[in-house]
Write a protein that binds this ligand. Sequence first.
Ligand SMILES: [Mn+2]
Length: 325
Amino acid sequence: MITIKRDLFRKIVKIIKSYDEIVIARHIGPDPDAIASQIALRDSIKATFPHKKVYAVGAGVHKFKYLGNLDKVELTELKNALLIVLDVPNFARIDGIEDLEYQAILKIDHHPAEDIIGNVDWTDDTKSSTCEMITELLLDTKLVLDTKIAEDLYIGIVFDSDRFLLQNTSLETFNIIYRLLNATHINFVSLYDNLYERSIAEEKFRAYLTNNIEISKNGFGFINVDNTALEKYHVEITAVSNHVNDFYFIKELICWMFVVYDEKNAIFKVNIRSRGPIVNEIASKYNGGGHKYASGARVKDLKDITKLREDLDRACENYYSEQNN
Ligand SMILES: [Mn+2]
């Protein structure tokens, strides 16, 4: 096992070494794991190989600015680029590489495999986060790991495991965290302000969600957030997905689905969480996917929202009867 990993890491470093132009991309609608893994790997490659041109691409998110800046680059000018794809399993959800003609792909991801297959490929859906994987890579190769890189990676792991609360947290996650802290001595407590500080408006919006979620007898929670509610609480559309993880550990809920209508793109954005039934297979029937217990979908038709809601409610019902047999 250890030699397999060593061999994989050798291949990863080798493909990075072979290209002087490198573009690092991740999924649309990025979260801290996606952006932190991207920026940490970019900064590490640049620090290790100063002559290389390395770009982290995709739309920026203002509130994640503390992780570092993304790059603006004319992708059509790159003629011999390596594309590194992080935290995303399918081509449809890669952000910002439309104009890039790449020569090869290096993929590192913790989602179940879909259509992206890297020339060098490290896909492992038992990992808590892509940042956990990048941390391991940096610890076990000559790729540079400095304080800022370590801080970003720490934040990505904490975010995707929801402070080590979620099922994706493993013994190996704690081992990697131990090794990361031991190697870099970062002040990790000070990092939580950036990740968890919120306005009172957002907190009131969370209360709105709590007050308006409908919970079925099967333990399935549903809310379709009205756009007037977003206006009333002065929050962005992204506030809906930001709060979906806050509903873990509510006794009456084993699965919940938040919906919000994105007017600009004329699409319903769906977030699903579960601590019972597996939900990504259900979401995949509705233009969605993700992890077993944390999925999303983009749905055009309100009728499909109703169907997805019914499918999930039924999955909860089946889950309950299996548990009680
Ligand atoms: Mn992730």
